[in-house]
Design a protein around this ligand. Structure first.
Ligand code: AVI
Length: 327
């Protein structure tokens, strides 16, 4: 029986690895080639992202923090106390920690694709909040989030800070917001509906945007290039990061920062199973979009996802918004 019970996770693991292999190789064979930004976040990628959030040029994290601090009392009053707080893309749980201090939720659930990185962060949450029920869920949000079965249905608050929603194309962002609405849906019980607290990066001068994604110290470049090392580990490919360079620019038409990796010379990349992709000098792999929504455009997206009520707080320069939305 022991071997039988072990057989399911092993098979599930093999299936998961196969689907990661398929997803990455399909992206590499596309014209132009793509790698999903979710593959940035191995251990080193998560650490590099943490460094990005402290860069002078990367305004989103500190601006969001300032908005949350400045309007803490109003935000707390809007979302209510004693809830189950669910943070998506929790990473180091730093933002949830600040929120837990004001909201004092009974339960905190951190969800992140980088499960090992999350475990350490969640352990620190347990130390700071010994009376809070703290859980960690390692999950790829793009494949749907399954929460612990015994989590209360009533009064959930989904917290999705950092403008991570901007890393999805609008149709995909809409799907995710719909999923979030389902997570907080009180299933018709009066007063049971929860809410969503979400960070949105707003459009601003192109120079400010581009500097935030191409910093002088080269941390964002290292973060972008690290995806190749991670992909090598995931699919057994032979990318040499030294042959690629980081590109980041604002696409005004789509209101998004685009990040690419550009081949510095003609290259061939191979992976097991006979996979091969030739790149001409200057050819790019598209690794990330970071959409910048105006508040009306984002409120419209929320409404389409079934959130009829929304309230936003911003900083004095209108660079970043924290939005509370309810079904
Ligand atoms: C996680 N996400 C919101 C970041 C962003 O700003 O789009 C990822 C990032 N990419 C480069 N720098 C930061």
């Amino acid at each position: 029986p022991e071997a039988e019970s072990a057989a399911v996770p092993v098979a599930a693991q093999a299936l998961a690895e196969q689907s990661v292999f398929d997803e990455i190789t399909q992206g590499l064979l596309q014209q132009p080639a793509t790698i999903s930004p979710k593959f940035f976040y191995d251990q080193l990628g998560s650490e590099l992202f943490e460094s990005i959030t402290r860069l002078p040029e990367y305004y989103p994290t500190r601006t969001e923090h300032a908005v949350m601090q400045q309007h803490a009392a109003e935000i707390a009053a809007a979302v209510g106390q004693g809830r189950t707080l669910i943070e998506l893309g929790a990473g180091n749980c730093e933002k949830a920690r600040a929120l837990c201090r004001t909201l004092a939720p009974a339960c905190f659930v951190g969800v992140d694709i980088s499960a090992d990185f999350l475990q350490g962060a969640v352990a620190r949450m347990r130390e700071e909040f010994p009376h809070m029920d703290v859980r960690a869920v390692g999950a790829d949000m793009t494949r749907g989030v399954t929460l612990p079965a015994n989590l209360p249905r009533t009064g959930r608050l989904v917290f999705y800070p950092g403008s991570s929603i901007g890393n999805f194309d609008p149709p995909h962002a809409l799907m995710l917001l719909e999923q979030m609405r389902e997570l907080v849906d009180g299933e018709g019980e009066p007063g049971a509906d929860g809410g969503l607290l979400i960070g949105i990066d707003l459009p601003k001068e192109v120079e400010v945007l581009e500097a935030a994604y191409d910093d002088a110290a080269g941390v964002t470049a290292a973060f972008n290039l690290n995806v190749l090392t991670h992909v090598n580990r995931l699919i057994g490919s032979n990318f040499d990061p030294a042959q690629w360079r980081h590109l980041a620019f604002f696409n005004t038409l789509h209101s998004r920062i685009e990040m690419h990796l550009q081949a510095m010379s003609p290259l061939q990349v191979r992976w097991p199973g006979g996979g091969v992709r030739d790149f001409a000098a200057g050819e790019c792999i598209h690794t990330e979009n970071s959409y910048k929504y105006t508040l009306p455009a984002f409120t419209d997206l929320l409404a389409r996802a079934g959130f009829s009520r929304a309230r936003a707080w911003t900083d004095p320069r209108d660079w970043f918004a924290v939005v509370h939305a309810q079904p």
